[in-house]
Design a protein around this ligand. Sequence first.
Ligand SMILES: C=Cc1c(C(=O)O)[nH]c(=O)[nH]c1=O
Length: 309
Amino acid sequence: PDLRTEFLDLPLANPLMNASGVWCSVASQLEALAECAAGAMVTKSCTLAQRDGNPEPRYRATPWGSINSMGLPNEGFPYYLNYARCHDYERKPLFMSLAGLTLDDNLTMVAELREAVTPVIMELNLSCPNVPGKAQVGYDFEAMDTFIHEIADAYDRPFGVKLPPYFDIAHFDEAAAILNAYPQIAFVTCINSIGNGLVIDPVSETVVIRPKDGFGGIGGDFVLPTALANVNAFFRRCPDKKIIGCGGVRSGEQVFLHLLAGAALVQVGTQLFEEGPLIFPRLLEELQAIMTAKGYDRITDFQGKLKTL
Ligand SMILES: C=Cc1c(C(=O)O)[nH]c(=O)[nH]c1=O
């Protein structure tokens, strides 16, 4: 079967990519992603200045997924802009995730990104759950509208937003109404981790990560139904935008489900953290086996064709 696809008129070898934050913080990781089998890649969300992030341990894998409270550690915007200037865009598209701590910081980064002659695709992160004292913009619809309005004005190109998971139909409606007011928003990435979960070790009777009394973003198997719901909810509500699916992908089957639910591309986070970039050939093989078994020749044979009862 043919796994080729396209995104914003760019050809991709396949619909897979990393989730921002995983295997994409430093040049050696970005180079590994550029060389691996994934069809695209995204950088770690960056702030204007370099950040150390939260104290360790700040990530833990569990049998059903992961918990993290990294605290937005990153090399700073100039580092990733420099990588974007050196990236081989013939090989695969590069997305750049921005997560400025203030609207002004985001505007500063966006203005510079606009001036930089590079075909990088901006993914604006509105959903970081782990910066102490910073509420998620994605859960404050007024702030979200203001952020998007200002950033759309400052950036003259199509861009996307990374959203937190929503759990209420009224919130899907309200978030989609904001996004649909901005044709410049070409894609929506659903979901970021489910914020502020708590993993407890029954033997030591202790939390498993140091920051925030052990509270952190949840990823992995556990978030799959929520991820699929958010992908499908925005797929239904934003017909003029592409949806990038993220959450709960550990095998070709979950890639298939995200595509069926309406995802154009599919990001891998927790399982990439655990397995490394060699996960991508495995996921592609597994997806092709599913497509062969079902008689699908290409992605568009089933993409977005989820059936209801
Ligand atoms: C950008 C910060 C994020 C982080 C983090 O750096 O703590 N963790 C997540 O699960 N999602 C984020 O968006």
